[in-house]
Design a protein around this ligand. Structure first.
Ligand code: LMR
Length: 402
């Protein structure tokens, strides 16, 4: 039955990692997939996470199934981490389940939306957005109902605020709008708080279902409260019943442990109970129950004052290194002789810089210099370090000046 099946490539980000791994040049540099690296280009396990692992090891825990909705202490801690509910009433009306990191959370949320919203509901993504958003929503049944709204202004390297707001006003009532909570991927461009307030109001006027993808809480600014500001504002000030998909891949460095949560803010405790029960049914059919290790690690950190303090130091160190690398890259580009304005690189935030390089220029970087970035010009800043930054800057100057 498989004779007619054609092979197919993965998305651009994963394909790039595969091409990089196959490259035998010892001086190759990967600035593709968003994974944090230290100054030696090595993966990092945070101090707080190592401590939590030790505590868990000593506890000699068993490996029984988690409940379908996940490890209870993790869900409780995640809700507090994401929303810091102001009172019991607010806490009670947020339905939270554990998921397989951010992607799993998006997939369960998309299945939930497809099941319970009217069948013609459209979903709006920023242009551009993380490539996997499309695949996830397509697979969950939104094929043909995915639209884009203007987000990035290529001329300024910043936000297309006016186009963004005007597009919201034209969205059919009841549509789903996907927003990046912070550190927009791939552009690194976030709305200011003033713009967020306008977006919140515009979404309210159109009665949109507001969906925040939160993959970088505390990783963007180094502060978990600032990075959660947008969706907390939507909920607390404008009464939006937002959906938040939360990943612990970047901020806790738990990439392969697939640790995440899905939060649905509802109108009451009863609604939250009903929503949780429906999410549980979706999860049970999809993968039965989530893995326990990452959830136990996160919950150990979130529920221990000292470990939480250490984690704040750990995550700030990552955010600071990324910020400094942005400054160093712009400095080195000018040192290399570039006369271009690269200030968007330091204005942008989070894991990625949207450099403005063309697909042809990126192609040359890969072919001639073994420097790997996605064709849209997105660069994973954490792949830069004190040893390779000059090489990267010189190579970028070469392809942008010839
Ligand atoms: C990225 O955008 O590179 C990261 O979010 C990793 C991934 O899974 O694509």
């Amino acid at each position: 039955p498989w004779k007619s099946i054609e092979p197919i490539g993965l998305d651009a980000i994963k394909q790039l990692t595969i091409a990089f791994q196959a490259d035998t040049n010892p001086n190759k540099i990967l600035l593709g997939e968003g994974v944090y690296r230290d100054d030696d280009g090595k993966p990092v396990v945070l101090k707080s996470i190592r401590e939590a692992e030790k505590i868990l090891y000593e506890k000699k825990l068993d490996h029984e199934y988690a409940p379908v909705t996940g490890v209870a202490s993790f869900c409780k801690g995640s809700k507090k981490f994401a929303f810091d509910p102001k009172n019991q009433e607010q806490d009670d009306r947020i339905a939270t389940v554990q998921t397989l990191s951010g992607t799993g959370s998006l997939r369960v949320a998309a299945a939930f939306l497809n099941k319970f919203l009217p069948k013609d509901t459209e979903v709006y993504f920023p242009d551009p957005t993380w490539g996997n958003h499309n695949s996830i929503f397509n697979d969950a049944g939104f094929n043909g109902r995915i639209k884009k709204y203007p987000y990035f202004d290529a001329k300024t390297g910043g936000l297309a605020a006016d186009g963004f707001l005007a597009a919201i006003e034209k969205m059919p009532k009841g549509s789903v709008i996907l927003l990046h909570a912070c550190a927009h991927n791939p552009t690194g461009v976030d709305p200011t708080r003033e713009v967020w307030k306008k977006v919140s109001k515009a979404c309210k006027d159109r009665e949109l279902v507001v969906f925040f993808d939160s993959a970088y809480q505390a990783f963007a600014t180094g502060n978990e409260v600032d990075d959660a500001w947008a969706y907390r504002y939507f909920v607390e000030e404008d009464g939006h019943q937002v959906i938040v998909t939360q990943s612990y891949a970047k901020n806790f460095g738990l990439y392969g442990e697939r640790t995440g949560a899905l939060h649905v803010v509802t109108g009451s405790k009863q609604e939250a109970t009903a929503v949780t029960s429906q999410l549980a049914v979706i999860i049970r059919a999809m993968y039965s129950s989530p893995p326990i290790f990452g959830a136990r690690v996160v919950s150990t950190v979130l529920n221990d004052e000292n470990l939480l303090k250490q984690w704040r130091v750990d995550v700030k160190e990552m955010a600071d290194r990324i910020r400094k690398s942005r400054e160093a890259l712009v400095y080195e580009l000018h040192q290399a002789g570039s006369k271009r304005d690269w200030s968007h690189i330091t204005d942008q935030i989070g894991m990625f810089a949207f450099t403005g390089l063309t697909p042809e220029q990126v192609e040359r970087l890969i072919k001639e210099q073994n420097i790997y970035m996605t064709k849209d010009g997105r660069m994973s800043i954490s792949g830069l370090n004190t040893k390779n930054i000059k090489t990267v800057a010189q190579a970028i100057h070469k392809v942008t000046s010839e």
